[in-house]
Design a protein around this ligand. Structure first.
Ligand SMILES: [Zn+2]
Length: 148
């Protein structure tokens, strides 16, 4: 999977630098950062951000969706996460509430029986989650309510 291509497709092309508050230029780099969410510290790897060598400030542009990645890591109980995987590991072909998405992700990420290239149907509470795994990504095709 070509991550560079994916990123350009979903975010457009970023500027290579931005004006920093100290009047220097913050340069676009990709690397690991330790970030806080609620009371947790989470290491995010391979995250694009602007860094100023002069004053050490860090900036994200809005397309980075850093809060989405941090929330996902937090809800999954992870202390580190890869930015690209954290952003694109789950694809939904159905409209679902965020709470349901998070619980589905938790079930899938803990289910080591699902191999890449394989279809799956996982039972969770009164629902069956149907989808397909491709490398590290899960494509959720439908969620069926179980009739007892
Ligand atoms: Zn600066």
């Amino acid at each position: 999977m070509n991550n560079d291509k994916l990123e350009i497709k979903s975010e457009g092309i970023r500027r290579s630098d931005k004006a920093c508050l100290c009047n220097e230029k913050a340069k676009l780099i990709t690397g690991s950062l330790s970030l806080s969410i609620f009371s947790s510290k989470i290491a995010v790897h391979q995250v694009p951000h602007y860094f100023c060598d002069q004053c050490k400030r860090t900036y994200f542009d809005s397309a980075t969706d850093i809060d989405v990645v941090l929330k996902r890591a937090y809800h999954l109980g992870l202390s580190e996460i890869d930015y690209i995987a954290g952003r694109s590991q789950f694809t939904y072909k159905v409209e679902l509430l965020n709470d349901l998405k998070l619980s589905i992700e938790q079930v899938l990420i803990n289910n080591t029986d699902i191999a890449s290239g394989e279809e799956f149907a996982v039972v969770q509470n009164n629902q069956v989650i149907v989808g397909f795994r491709e490398e590290e990504c899960f494509i959720i095709e439908k969620v069926i309510d179980k009739v007892i």
